[in-house]
Design a protein around this ligand. Structure first.
Ligand code: PDD
Length: 288
């Protein structure tokens, strides 16, 4: 960081994060009426930016908020935010709400979207978690039917994550109608009979950028990989379980509901995949 405090962006202005304020009538505050992205930054470069911007455009279209920027404008804003926060590894948070209006459920006719970006330090997953894996618990997926939208209305996700933590776990793996959907803030992969499996995209889960890259890397390196439904029983007999997200990359789960996954250690396919992932990131780091 160049400054003693992080620099944010709000509606056309870069400013210290502590000075960034939105009026209480912002529909993000009143209704959770908005969408967001979390974009990892390695060596000053936003990772898979085109994918994140496409998902942002999809989320905005799905909730009928006019996209306030073209892709090249978003790119310039994000690059400038990264630069003002000193480059290196960061995690950019970007949020767009429907804007400020008197409280009324119906869409306001003339509000302008609120655009907010901030940068957080990229905190690598602690070595111990990579060495030993983490614990997960299964919980009932209590969320709505549009989980493909990256909505800021995260109350169910928060309650589920908190419940997992209070049960001594790092993440909740969610089940809906007897099938795995995703984690409270991550996508889920399993290894079943030597095959990497992840649920197909649809409205039950967020189309994770990390998830898509893991599927791509599996194909590129000829690792068996399927996108199909995972019944609860298959989750429970999986030899490996992984969680993926922009902030946690690929995290091995070694205990599920108190029972060891496979031999209770991060599995061989995770070792292979995290190697491919790191090399992919390192190649980006090397680019001029
Ligand atoms: N969350 N599913 C949910 C519900 C998520 O919240 C996330 C990420 C993912 C993984 O998506 P991606 O690989 O694009 O990060 C899946 C972010 C990191 C967050 O809310 O902080």
């Amino acid at each position: 960081m160049l400054h003693d405090q992080p620099i944010a962006y709000l509606n056309g202005r870069f400013l210290p994060l502590a000075e960034a304020c939105v009026p209480v009538l912002d529909r993000g505050f009143i209704f959770g009426d908005g969408v967001y992205e979390v974009i990892p930054v390695y060596a000053g470069k936003p990772f898979r930016l085109a994918h994140h911007l496409q998902r942002l455009a999809n989320s905005l279209a799905a909730v009928r908020i006019d996209d306030p920027h073209q892709a090249d404008e978003w790119t310039a804003l994000i690059d400038e935010l990264i630069r003002r926060n000193g480059g290196g590894d960061q995690s950019v948070y970007l949020q767009v709400t429907r804007g400020i209006a008197p409280r009324d459920h119906r869409f306001p006719e003339d509000s302008r979207p609120t655009v907010f970006l901030m940068s957080n330090p990229f905190r690598p997953v602690p070595e111990a978690e990579l060495r030993d894996g983490v614990t997960a618990v299964t919980l009932n997926d209590i969320r709505w039917e549009h989980c493909h939208i990256k909505s800021i209305s995260l109350l169910p996700n928060i309650l589920l994550r908190q419940q997992a933590i209070e049960q001594g776990a790092a993440e909740a793996i969610l089940l809906r109608h007897g099938q795995v959907t995703e984690g409270a803030a991550s996508n889920v992969f399993i290894v079943s009979d030597g095959v990497i499996v992840t649920p197909p995209k649809g409205d039950c889960l967020l189309p994770g950028i990390t998830r898509d890259l893991v599927v791509e890397l599996a194909m590129e390196h000829a690792l068996p990989c399927e996108e199909r439904a995972i019944p609860e029983a298959e989750l429970r007999r999986a030899t490996e379980i992984w969680l993926t997200s922009s902030t946690k990359e690929i995290l091995p789960v070694t205990r599920l509901d108190g029972i060891a996954v496979g031999d209770g250690q991060p599995g061989p396919l995770w070792q292979t995949m995290i190697g491919h992932y790191r090399r992919f990131v390192d190649a980006l780091r090397q680019e001029a």
